[in-house]
Design a binder for this molecule. Structure first.
Ligand SMILES: *Cc1c(COP(=O)(O)O)cnc(C)c1O
Length: 439
């Protein structure tokens, strides 16, 4: 089998071809191709669907079932003693997840912990890091952010006695455009430097797939005397991250999107080590964040642990954590550099496929709104389908392609390097051509 023909013409273009043969050659040459078999794919009849919704819910790794069953067996066998005697003692189960998770986000192990859910975690981190004063209380964030984050910012501002419309500065794309300009963010940070408490952005915007320059935003926030924080729901497991080196203050993410850990499972947090011993920071305490050495003395007087673990509240849900452990093992094995390399090629192929559709059906209004520059995106492409809207998406689904539709007219597609194939992208192109040809 001939190798996949990735001849780079220019920095951003590869010699893709529209044929099924080409897609299959790419899959045969893909060093990560074997991971696909380790996932369960939804099926239409007997045929596996082309799944592009890893940005919303990652597929189930086949190893998850045994990992969860192991804990069920241990629970049956040991009852409460499983905290100490099970194969992976529950008492310290969360520690098993930390090395792989820290590696994924570029944090030290002391800076990362898995706990709670995403929105909960950001609220908890705001308790410590959003300390507004009468002069310095504003938060710069992106317009059209994920609604949970927007509600979080509104209610945090109100909780501290501020008017959200005054406290939250949203950076919007220029009129008629989808993407936010970095220079507009930087200008706003400078303009509001004296009254800025925090810069809070999604690392990758859920709607457009735009990846922001986190090190640059962090530097600008710090220069203004503000905290730099990121919601990495769409970045963790999708793009390379180096939170420690970038000097980010804190970040949080969920594990059920690109990290395939099961619906609604526990999230992760990062707190930079310079804050890890700041016991002066206000926190909402719980026994799992209390100093391990004295936790079981059950005495009053909250003494937080050092590092990110000092923000924990509760003992962890073992069944969910077991699923996450199995999933993170696949990431650790595949490695983010290899995943990113494939991701750029695979997303490039989707981009090429959409461009072909757009050229073939110029009246269909089909086009990519995500940045064309691979350094400004992860694997997700958001596709404008202005002419057809929702019906096109429903028809795609009926023909075996799962993506995601957002009002008013955007289909969000994530070709995920861990389990998607070039043939999946080809299938999408074929289905769309059929649908668009029907008019
Ligand atoms: C998915 C997502 C959430 C979901 O929050 P949960 O608390 O896990 O329900 C929040 N914010 C962003 C940016 C997301 O993409």
């Amino acid at each position: 089998m001939a190798g996949c023909r990735f001849h780079r013409k220019t920095r951003h273009s590869v010699d893709y071809e529209p044929t099924l043969e080409f897609a299959r050659e790419c899959d045969a040459a893909d060093p990560l191709g074997g991971y696909r078999e380790q996932f369960h794919f939804p099926a239409l009849g007997t045929r596996e669907m082309a799944y592009f919704s890893g940005h919303s819910l990652g597929l189930q790794p086949k190893t998850v079932r045994a990992a969860v069953e192991l804990e069920l067996d241990e629970w049956a066998k040991y009852g409460v003693e499983g905290h100490f005697h099970s194969t992976n003692p529950w008492l310290s189960f969360h520690e098993l997840l930390t090395p792989a998770m820290a590696d994924l986000v570029g944090g030290k192990e002391s800076e990362v912990v898995c706990m709670n859910s995403l929105t909960t975690n950001i609220h908890l981190l705001f308790v410590s890091f959003y300390r507004p004063t009468a002069e310095r209380y504003k938060i710069i964030s992106e317009a059209k952010m994920f609604p949970s984050d927007r509600y979080l910012l509104e209610t945090q501002a109100q909780f501290h006695g501020f008017d959200p419309d005054d406290a939250i500065i949203e950076i919007a794309p220029p009129d008629g455009e989808f993407l936010i300009r970095e220079e507009d963010i930087l200008a706003a940070i400078e303009q509001h430097a004296d009254e800025l408490a925090m810069v809070f952005f999604g690392g990758v915007n859920y709607f457009t797939g735009q990846l922001f320059d986190m090190p640059k935003l962090t530097g600008a926030a710090h220069a203004a005397g503000a905290i730099a924080a990121f919601d990495l729901a769409h970045a963790a497991g999708n793009v390379p991250l180096a939170l420690h080196d970038w000097d980010v203050d804190f970040a949080a993410w969920c594990s059920y999107k690109y990290l395939n850990s099961s619906p609604g499972n526990v999230g992760g947090i990062f707190v930079h080590e310079r804050h890890g011993r700041r016991f002066d920071l206000p926190r909402f305490g719980g026994w799992w964040g209390h100093d391990k050495a004295t936790r079981f003395q059950m005495q009053p007087g909250f003494q937080p642990m050092e590092g990110a673990e000092g923000w924990q509240l509760s003992n962890v849900p073992i069944l969910g954590m077991a699923a996450m452990k199995a999933s993170l093992e696949l990431f650790a094995e595949a490695g983010m550099p290899a995943l990113r390399a494939k991701s750029e090629k695979l997303t490039g192929y989707l981009e090429y496929t959409v461009d072909q559709l757009s050229a073939g059906f110029p009246d269909a209004g089909i086009g990519v709104i995500t940045p064309r520059d691979p350094t400004q995106r992860g694997c997700q492409l958001s596709i404008n389908c202005a002419g057809r809207e929702r019906e096109l998406y429903d028809e795609m689904l009926a023909l075996g392609v799962i993506a995601d539709f957002r009002e008013p007219c955007i289909i969000r597609m994530a070709p995920v390097p861990l389990y998607n194939s070039f043939e999946d992208v080809h299938t999408f192109g074929r289905v769309m051509r059929e649908l668009l040809a029907q008019g």
